[in-house]
Write a protein that binds this ligand. Structure first.
Ligand SMILES: [Zn+2]
Length: 463
């Protein structure tokens, strides 16, 4: 099976050029102008369209247990929604149970994805326990293609690990070349503030945000980077949400420290006022870190532009408003933490970044595809339109208008965080390893066609 995409404009992280793209089987065979169409089985006309590498969302939580419930998208509905939004690869998180082996968690998450995933997926491992054979387990995971580990400095008694554990994990990656991803918030301090708020009868959703100061995020970012410097290993801060935290990353990078960070559309486009919506609707915006004051938004966009931030991911972790968010009706600490976004990342960052002049087209591709591919050990198989790479690509119509709404989205969740947002620029066709999986709003993929991605250690964070 071969496909020729003709007359499009290829956009990679560092170049934009008119070219045809010849796909043979699952891979890109050739990228140049004037490829003859006669040997190709299919010819696609991409006149007026951008041909970009498929999006890579390095932070998703499908089918994830949290607070007595489970995120509402599984690997089928979540990856299908991702495909509709131009994302062709995700990296989700397996969670090690305390006192259990990482292998068990990996098996559990493979089972969740098997037969369901529509697009290719990698897995990070969330480390909750380094007792027993923990450090050996990390090496074993790297051999299985789990080239990154996430640790929590927040959520005491659930996911939080102490500094010694973080430091030991960093030390192990200094040897095995994996990457440590940090949820950076000072969980101990936040917990005290939360208990104080509850004791004062403050139970509404807004207190989720008011009990998690940006200083608690910045402190943890600083500490995470300091520990990574001592250990001699890079560190990647997930879902960075505030100027205070950004300043810590920038300061470290200016000193040449290999510190990396991602942010998410919600932190770039929404602010704390959303949590004050009446009728408990603020709960739709309860996730961690919380939305911040408006003054942070522009700083985060600047951070993306100037490479103080390297990646935009979603932290997609949907819970339905009607029967899941409601669990916290009388106590904000019981609201399942998370929001939906896997489908809208490219639309939102393209529109508000590229159309509004905050990001170049190439920087956009870097942030949503090339950089996560490199940092997480998938490059150049993913993240670039080039001969030899997987034929994961998006034909993007820069003139398409779209209004984001829960009525039309494909995520299995009953609300949108971006309801009514108007965007210009949207997906026309999506290919995953040479197969058209979305075309003009039609889903043509199949559950279970997505493959587990073995990712390489010593990815882009190490060079
Ligand atoms: Zn997350």
């Amino acid at each position: 099976m071969s496909t020729l995409i003709r007359n499009g404009t290829v956009v990679n992280a560092h170049s934009t050029f008119a070219a045809d793209v010849l796909i043979e089987g699952e891979r890109i065979k050739e990228v140049r102008q004037g490829i003859p169409s006669n040997p190709a089985d299919h010819v696609v006309d991409a006149t007026g369209l951008l041909v970009m590498p498929g999006g890579i969302d390095a932070h998703t939580h499908l089918d994830m247990p949290f607070g007595g419930t489970t995120s509402s998208d599984d690997f089928e509905t979540g990856t299908r929604a991702a495909a509709f939004g131009g994302t062709t690869t995700i990296v989700d998180f397996a969670i090690q149970g305390r006192g259990t082996r990482m292998r068990d968690a990996l098996d559990t998450w493979w089972k969740k994805a098997e037969g369901r995933a529509v697009i290719d997926y990698g897995l990070h491992m969330i480390v909750t326990d380094l007792g027993g054979a923990g450090l050996e387990d990390m090496d074993e995971m790297v051999d299985e293609g789990v080239a990154s580990f996430k640790l929590f400095m927040a959520y005491p008694n659930v996911l939080m690990v102490d500094d010694a554990t973080i430091f030991r994990a960093l030390g192990q990656t200094a040897k095995n070349g994996a990457l440590i991803c940090m949820h950076a918030e000072n969980g101990g301090v936040i917990d005290v503030i939360v208990q104080r708020a509850l004791a004062e009868g403050k139970t509404a959703p807004i207190y989720h945000a008011l009990t998690r100061p940006t200083t608690a995020e910045a402190e943890a970012v600083h500490r995470a980077i300091a520990m990574s410097e001592i250990a001699g290993a890079p560190v990647y801060i997930v879902h960075l949400s505030s100027e205070d935290a950004l300043n810590e990353v920038r300061e470290a990078r200016d000193r040449g420290v290999p510190a990396f960070a991602e942010t998410c559309p919600q932190y770039l486009l929404l602010s704390i006022e959303e949590l004050e919506r009446p009728d408990f609707e603020g709960a739709k915006y309860v996730f961690t870190p919380p939305l911040r004051e408006k003054k942070n938004l522009g700083k985060l966009w600047d951070g993306l532009k100037h490479d103080h931030l390297q990646v935009v991911s979603t932290d997609h972790c949907p819970f339905c408003f009607e029967d899941q968010k409601i669990l916290g009706k009388d106590d904000f600490t019981k609201i399942p933490n998370g929001g939906p976004g896997i489908e809208n990342r490219l639309q939102l960052i393209y529109h508000h970044g590229v159309n509004e002049g905050k990001l170049s087209l190439n920087r956009f591709v870097e942030l949503v595809s090339a950089a996560p591919a490199r940092i997480f050990g998938m490059y150049p198989r993913k993240g670039v339109i080039a001969a030899g790479s997987d034929a994961d690509l998006v034909l993007w119509d820069p003139s398409a208008d779209h209004v984001i709404s829960a009525k039309t989205h494909h995520m299995r969740v009953d609300y949108s965080m971006f309801e009514g947002f108007r965007v210009k620029g949207n997906v026309r066709t999506v290919m995953s390893r040479g197969e058209v999986i979305v075309d003009r709003g039609q889903f043509l993929g199949k559950a279970g066609r997505g493959q587990y991605l073995k990712r390489q250690a010593r990815g882009g964070a190490w060079s």
